[in-house]
Write a protein that binds this ligand. Structure first.
Ligand code: FAD
Length: 478
């Protein structure tokens, strides 16, 4: 359903690639919503449980304000998910059984953008704040969601952020052509007007000790993300010209935002042959960014097999379809290959800089334990010329930070921070988002931030925030 600006036009800038569709264009799609007995979009697809059929009903009747209230009752930041969510709801839409799902993401965007344009999205602070204080460490989507929810319940919240500005990967990761930063700033202005304090440029653990947090705050939410980058430790890794994808992407975002005058040395793809290692979303963001910087050629290599074009028998509806996805960046050019491993980085004539990659095709073979491992296919080795290689192979868990130990939070075997079934990670300490779930999606980070705030509220016996209290304020304290 999405429509994009023409490739030639969009490669000349970092402005959003997606065009906002006029409602009459997606109206026929909306009309296909069946208001199913069990709306799987809401019940199992959307992590935030957006009440999609009711939103369609009101939007189709022109009651956009009602649709907005319903949307905001489950999702505090629909303008983010409306732009970058893979739309888990659409994956479980009943219409998707036979053809295209209904356009849930377009609807979400139309509702929230109309709401902003008509001045219906206004700061909504709590009527009063009680004596409790909360510190949220990290200002990505999970930290923002937790801060919003706690603030709505009348708890005074301070968000500490190590970066120059709040937003986490929303600001310093996801490219502007997918999520324009004015949208992040617009929400941050609302959160600030609602009473949340942001302290940026503060590295908690280094600049503020855990015991100080404990003394100053009644609740602590760690929303520090899963930011330990996965390395590719093969011969030649020391050569210049090999960078982590997220460093490359955030450098471009900082340049676009005017936070830097130039890209750091060696980070520009201009005139270069680029190889992106990793076939996921971050890899695809690197492709789009490389073309915009003026790359000569871009190749993307993924070690896993190519996903099927349609659902496999072991992946039935209404599960999320594990199929091949082609992003707007893929449509901009470049070669994409699966079942490729990189064996060695080879130097150029200087001996210091990257000149090429020694790669090979792999076959996935089942071992005695049933686990599949990649085995290099004999005779399949090839040399790929490259002068910039971007490692987009994901993250292995949280980064080291002394505050975790100081607060008694344990690191689980998979590299994330542990929490118990009631979502507690220590005395008055909670963990939200990627830091606990591992690298995932913005929609899941928001949902987790809300859930963790809810758990913190129940520990402190504070009133729960409901759709009613969001709209009409919390009951006054006795
Ligand atoms: C390049 C890229 C593209 C992506 N694209 C998409 C997409 O299109 N759609 C989608 O749904 N998801 C996408 N994701 C995933 C999504 O961005 C993450 O799942 C989400 O941002 C996680 O939110 P979070 O709040 O848990 O952590 P983060 O967004 O990682 O935020 C953590 C914050 O904590 C701060 N912090 C860490 N340690 C400290 C400390 N000691 N003191 C103070 N602050 C600290 C960090 O600076 C950061 O601001 C993408 C991720 C990347 C990297």
């Amino acid at each position: 359903m999405s429509r994009y600006r023409p490739v030639k036009e969009r490669l000349a800038d970092f402005l959003p690639v997606e065009v906002r569709l006029p409602p009459e264009e997606f109206r026929p799609g909306m009309q296909r919503c069946q208001d199913c007995g069990i709306p799987f979009c809401h019940a199992s697809g959307c992590t935030l449980a957006n009440v999609i059929p009711e939103m369609y009903t009101h939007a189709l009747a022109g009651r956009w304000g009602h649709a907005l209230s319903i949307l905001l009752s489950t999702n505090p930041f629909p303008e983010f998910t409306a732009r970058i969510c893979p739309a888990l709801c659409e994956g479980s839409c009943v219409q998707g059984l036979h053809g295209d799902p209904t356009p849930c993401r377009e609807l979400e965007k139309e509702i929230i953008e109309r709401g902003f344009a008509q001045g219906l999205v206004r700061p909504n602070p709590p009527r009063e704040w009680g004596p409790l204080r909360a510190a949220v460490i990290g200002s990505g989507p999970s930290g923002l969601a937790a801060a919003w929810r706690l603030n709505q319940a009348g708890i005074k919240v301070t968000v500490y952020e190590r970066d120059q500005k709040p937003g986490g990967f929303l600001r310093y990761g996801i490219p502007d052509f997918k999520l324009e930063k004015e949208v992040v700033d617009r929400r941050l202005e609302l959160l600030t007007a609602e009473g949340i304090s942001f302290e940026c440029g503060v590295d908690v653990g280094l600049e503020i000790a855990g015991r100080l947090l404990k003394r100053r705050f009644d609740l602590i939410v760690l929303a520090t993300g899963a930011r330990k980058k996965r390395n590719l430790a093969i011969p030649g890794r020391f050569l210049t010209g090999i960078h982590y994808a997220v460093d490359f992407l955030s450098a471009q975002n900082r340049l676009n935002a005017g936070e830097a005058d130039t890209l750091p040395p060696g980070y520009s793809a201009k005139g270069k042959k680029v190889v992106v290692i990793g076939g996921g979303d971050t890899g695809s963001d690197c492709i789009g960014t490389s073309w915009r910087q003026g790359a000569q050629a871009v190749n993307q290599y993924e070690i896993l097999p190519e996903p099927p074009r349609t659902r496999g028998a072991n992946n039935p509806w209404p599960e999320w379809p594990r199929i091949r996805r082609d992003s707007s960046s893929h449509a901009e050019g470049g070669e994409r290959r699966w079942n490729i491993t990189t064996l060695e980085f080879l130097p150029d004539s200087t001996g210091n800089a990257l000149g090429s990659l020694r790669c090979a095709e792999v076959e996935w073979q089942a071992g005695a334990n049933g686990q599949f491992t990649p085995v290099v296919r004999e005779g399949s080795e090839f040399i790929q010329p490259a002068d910039l290689c971007l490692l987009a192979m994901g993250f292995t868990g949280v980064e080291e930070c002394p505050v975790y130990t100081e607060l008694g939070v344990k690191i689980a075997a998979r590299g994330t921070l542990e929490r118990d079934p009631s979502l507690r990670s220590g005395n008055r300490v909670f963990v939200a988002g990627d830091a606990s779930q591992g690298p995932t999606l913005v929609v899941r980070a928001i949902a987790d931030g809300l859930a963790v705030a809810e758990a913190a509220l129940s520990e402190k016996n504070e009133p729960r925030v409901t759709a009613m209290t969001q709209r009409f304020g919390l009951p006054r304290r006795a």
